[in-house]
Design a protein around this ligand. Sequence first.
Ligand code: GN1
Ligand code: MG
Length: 363
Amino acid sequence: MMKDLAFIAGQFALQGTLEQVVPLGAGLINDSFKVITREPEAPDYVLQRINHAIFRDVDLLQANIFAVTGHIRQKLEARGEEDIDRKVLTFLRMPDGKPYYFDGENYWRVMRLIPRAYTYETVNEKYSAHAGEAFGAFQQMLADLPATLGETIPDFHNMEFRLKQLREAVAADPVGRVKEVQEYIDEIGKNATEMCKAERLHREGRLPKRICHCDTKVNNMLFDEEGRVLCVIDLDTVMPSFIFSDYGDFLRSAANTGEEDDRDPDRVGFDMDIFRAFTRGYLRSARSFLTPVEIENLPYAATLFPYMQCVRFLADYINGDTYYKIAYPEHNLVRTRAQYTLWKRAEALLPEMQAFIEACLAG
Ligand code: GN1
Ligand code: MG
């Protein structure tokens, strides 16, 4: 296995001598490996097997990523930023110019590993404030991207579509799990209209789509030694979406006092200190371009993402675990329950969130 991985990595024009390939990270979708080179001055690399069942159009996927990283690099250069190689990902092309290697079955890509960078599953207030500012800056840098980005997963954060998928799963009930989860299905259904507000506002022409990251959970950011954000990684889902995607998904992961898949619902809560720090940071960099409708609905976004994730995990559980990697048979059910709890806890805090944002804007 590892020998094959070394062969695949060797298809790219790596600097230095390849010494070892070891597993890396905890993504639920792609498989990642660290490619270690022998010479201290040569960079190490990240080799990824693209999940082609999920990202069906690999050419579009890689074109998006090259457009985004190229544009960010240009922006950083234009403003004379230092240490740019740690502030934007650098993907390698194959000797023939292709942005991936196809081995006849799987698609692979390679990027440089950013040195002295750290990822976390949980963050404190200080880090959250930096993260908020970084996502606002990320969205702003991409506001004038000349290329038009395609949707690498069509309707990825479209709540109406996610509910439709759940309804289809329930109707098919392929592995007979619907009965045991009826309570969740009912509760999700009761809130469906409210939760599809973003799609309605968009249809009415009151809510724009902007280029967003769309997978802003905490472990998709690299921090430096001081807790400042170096860059955002995992760019597969960068596409046009509502800004709620980035704001909401960060809080879904960072403000959760428990784990995304916590077995104990009592540990799951929505941490308002993290919410406040992140929101303050985000507004600092994003306030200049956000519309009043976007700002007004940030608390809604904080409830939307646990809700959406609950719907997605539940649909996958009902479908017999065909999408997310699982570690044990009822994993997707445990995830559903944890996200359900988080959604309810966040919902109870809506007035408090609203008041904080108003105070922020006034102050
Ligand atoms: C997936 O690949 P990863 O683990 O960063 C998923 C996200 C979910 C997340 C839940 C392409 O992200 O949308 O929010 O799991 N990515 C895709 O942890 O579906
Ligand atoms: Mg990830």
